[in-house]
Design a protein around this ligand. Structure first.
Ligand code: NAP
Length: 259
């Protein structure tokens, strides 16, 4: 299937590793030129070089913290006009509901709600003027089914989801879509760090922690970044123009719900 993306330009935030990298690689495979971002220079440059080498697309790599105003300004300046925006950032730390104070909530909201909103506000007007655009926000299955230890994430991502639900419908007639991808457990550094947390907390090995988490997923495995990236590329494709304001779960059946 030709996704109709050859020659488009995308900003993929937080994309040196994990799900963001999966999205960047899948878009590059379709001929999309990229602006990639992460805080750490080394992994970012290595991933950018691999993409240039594997797919022959143009890649601009900007090392910056996307959750800060200064970081976003540098990324946006390098990005210029883009056709596709993939919003992503690290997730908030786990904890207990009694741990979290106002500042913890503000940090989570900044990273996982207000940062994607700021980037949407900066880039969507240009897409609307040009009559075509795609925004994909990487959120979490926690939006559909709360993960109690990730209360900060549950809260911030649900806020973004509400914003997208309304905004996507306000702009849909312009040819720009905004949708959310909701990852369940995927095989990334983030998943490894959550496995480590479970292993320390429960006094079990990392392998045991991973096996226990995989057993909770009907597919009995973690998702891959390639599967995740392919879904992102389809949502960005010209075939997906009628998909507006949706929340698409990629979780191996982990959320036990009919709808
Ligand atoms: P990951 O493997 O740890 O990768 C995170 C990527 O984001 C790295 O490239 C990292 O590079 C970059 N990054 C993190 N914070 C950043 C910031 N402030 N500014 C710019 N770049 C930043 O994580 P992942 O598993 O792909 O997760 C991506 C998102 O999906 C997270 O929000 C996570 O909570 C959510 N999620 C993941 C899963 C899962 O199973 N993997 C499930 C549900 C939700 P630097 O560290 O160098 O900046």
């Amino acid at each position: 299937m030709d996704l109709g993306l050859n020659g488009k330009r995308a900003l993929v935030c937080a994309s040196s590793k994990g799900l963001g990298l999966g999205c960047a690689r899948a878009l590059a495979a379709e001929g999309v030129n990229l602006v990639m971002n992460a805080r750490g220079v080394e992994a970012l440059e290595a991933s950018a070089a691999a993409i240039r080498n594997d797919f022959g697309v143009e890649v601009t790599a900007i090392a910056a913290d996307i959750t800060t105003e200064e970081g976003r300004a540098r990324v946006l300046q390098a990005a210029g006009a883009v056709d596709i925006l993939v919003n992503n950032a690290g997730g908030p730390p786990p904890g207990l509901w009694t741990d979290w104070e106002r500042d913890d909530f503000i940090a989570a909201l900044d990273a996982n709600m207000l940062t994607p909103i700021a980037l949407i506000k900066a880039l969507v007007p240009g897409m609307m003027e040009r009559g075509w655009g795609r925004v994909v926000n990487i959120t979490s299955q926690a939006v559909k089914a709360p993960i109690p230890v990730l209360g900060l994430s549950n809260a911030a991502r649900t806020g973004l989801t509400g914003y997208v639900a309304g905004t996507s419908r306000q702009i849909a007639a312009s040819g720009v879509t905004i949708n959310n991808l909701l990852p369940g457990l995927h095989d990334t550094d983030r998943a490894a760090s959550l496995d480590k947390g479970a292993s320390t907390e429960q006094g079990i090995t990392m392998d045991e922690a991973r096996a226990a988490r995989q057993a909770t997923i009907p597919a009995r495995r973690y998702g891959t970044i390639e599967e995740f990236g392919a879904t992102c590329a389809f949502l960005c494709s010209h075939h997906a123009g009628f998909i507006v304001g949706q929340n698409i779960l990629l979780d191996g059946g982990g959320v036990n719900a009919t709808l």
